[in-house]
Design a protein around this ligand. Structure first.
Ligand code: G3I
Length: 471
């Protein structure tokens, strides 16, 4: 969308505004985002900046298709400082046929991360799942060479661009025995050391991790990982960290989580929470959302309490892009953002645990912005003027206002902001001259759109991921 800074002539009829001249759209918006005002919000700042001020990172996983969702990207690019490609760096995408590499999907996510000054966790080089059949069908004598070639090519492609690699993912069964996958069957447990050494040879700077699930507490599987790490370190194998996926079930963060992380750190590795979510039996209730907030706070508190915990990554940005409902029927609501990308109590609790000035978890976290708007419509067109006010107590440097355009409306031009996409979930981003919003300050932008009969105002506004009140 090209940006025009010129004001467009606006017809006088059919003018509507938020507030006194209430219209259906306003009522709907208010119902959807009824927010307490005057709450000092964790939303005054971002998870990313709060985490970084505590010396850890806060990240998210994203897939290629997420790049088309402006509500999602607005949050990802502002709230999270680390990005893990959800699927695009896995073997089935990067080397679908032997020696034939495809890095284009992951490169798009790398570009997004770079454009938003996010670091990247590479995920994953050696894994039994999402493994093309040509690898699992190889004679065992050829697997080592194929694995080394895959690692060498992929790590070399991303050399200098990634913070870390999950070199080996999920090597263990629940009882602590090795999975009998193509790699173990061909090389025994030595495939882990070989994979790590191969990765280090291709990139001396990226931190090399082993990653698994159900190893957060003390149990046979985490004991197996512990013994493996101990053995690798004693042999001088390059290993920098262990990733604890942390796909939790509501209320079941293990009581041994902190002690378990600490025993790994004592071996001389970093630890990280790499795929955090906390699944709830649907429908979610106020009680379950508050329990989830408590679980998220426990995870943050634990990482902050463990010297050597590098950071936390949530698996997905919001409930709408989470893998949980597809894999665990009847469960969902597993992330910090709801299906419309509004922050949930878990967001507030996380921000608070990271040191953000906030109130206790609330089902409707306060926004740090207020939005007012007017619409002027004629037969098939309309113009809308939107004013954002920073109601928080800190300056906002760079804003992205996400909102939902009514069905049938298509943006054709805009001023004082760049808008994309033209329909549906739209993000309006500041231009070079109006990105700073001091506490109490306002900024206005507008756009022209075509419509097919619905001339309502947009709804569900959120600024840099935090929902806004409407006057
Ligand atoms: O690409 C195909 C598409 O062509 C097809 O039409 C569609 C139909 O089902 O499937 C698509 O593939 C899906 C793929 O994600 C890409 O979207 C697979 O079915 C689906 O199984 C796969 O799920 C991924 C899962 O790993 C596979 O195990 C999830 O998105 C991804 O979030 C998940 O991530 C894993 C971590 O890598 C490791 N830890 C556990 C975590 C959750 O399972």
């Amino acid at each position: 969308m090209s940006v025009r800074t010129l004001r467009l002539p606006r017809p006088r009829h059919a003018r509507r505004a938020f507030g006194a001249a209430a219209v259906t759209a306003v009522a709907a918006l208010a119902a959807a985002t009824l927010l307490p005002t005057g709450q000092a919000g964790a939303a005054d700042t971002t998870l990313r900046s709060l985490a970084e001020s505590k010396g850890i990172y806060f990240g998210t996983a994203m897939t290629q298709s997420d790049l088309n969702n402006s509500a999602l990207t607005a949050i990802a690019g502002s709230q999270f400082g680390m990005l893990t490609p959800g699927n695009e760096m896995k073997w089935d995408t990067t080397e679908p046929a032997r020696g034939s590499f495809n890095f284009a999907p992951a490169d798009r996510l790398v570009s997004f991360a770079q454009a938003n000054s996010m670091r990247l966790r590479g995920h994953t080089l050696v894994w039994h799942s999402q493994l093309p059949s040509w690898v699992s069908g190889l004679p065992t004598t050829q697997v080592k060479a194929a694995m080394e070639n895959h690692i060498t090519n992929e790590v070399a492609h991303y050399k200098g661009k990634l913070y870390s690699w999950d070199v080996v993912n999920e090597p263990f069964n629940e009882d602590g025995s090795f999975r009998t996958d193509a790699f173990y069957n061909a090389m025994g447990s030595g495939f882990v050391a070989d994979a790590l050494r191969t990765a280090r040879a291709a990139d001396t700077n990226a931190k090399l991790y082993l990653n698994d699930y159900n190893i957060e507490g003390r149990n046979p599987k985490s004991d197996a990982m512990y013994n493996l790490v101990k053995s690798l370190k004693s042999q001088g194998v390059p290993l920098d960290g262990v990733g604890f996926q942390a796909h939790f079930v509501l209320g079941q963060v293990p009581s041994t989580f902190k002690a378990n992380l600490q025993r790994f750190v004592a071996l001389g590795v970093n630890v990280a929470v790499t795929e955090l979510d906390d699944r709830i039996q649907l429908p979610a209730t106020t009680a379950s959302l508050n329990q989830q907030a408590s679980d998220y706070a426990t995870v943050v508190d634990t990482c902050l309490a463990v010297t050597g915990c590098a950071g936390i990554t949530q698996w997905g940005v919001g409930d709408a892009d989470s893998w949980i409902p597809g894999t665990f029927p009847g469960y969902g609501a597993a992330t910090m953002y709801d299906a419309n990308y509004r922050p949930k109590p878990a967001y507030t609790a996380t921000a608070t645990a990271l040191g953000g000035g906030s109130t206790s978890p609330s089902p409707t976290p306060a926004g740090s912005c207020k939005v007012t708007g007017t619409v002027s419509a004629w037969n098939s067109g309309l113009t809308e003027d939107i004013t954002i006010t920073n109601t928080g107590s800190t300056t906002i440097n760079g804003w992205s206002l996400a909102f939902t355009l009514p069905t049938g409306q298509t943006v054709t031009s805009s001023w004082n902001a760049s808008l994309a996409p033209a329909t549906g979930q739209v993000a309006a981003k500041n231009l070079s001259y109006n990105g700073a919003l001091a506490p109490g300050a306002s900024s206005s932008f507008g756009f022209q759109a075509t419509h097919t009969g619905n001339t309502s105002l947009p709804s569900l506004f959120s600024l840099n991921g935090a929902p806004c009140t409407t006057a």
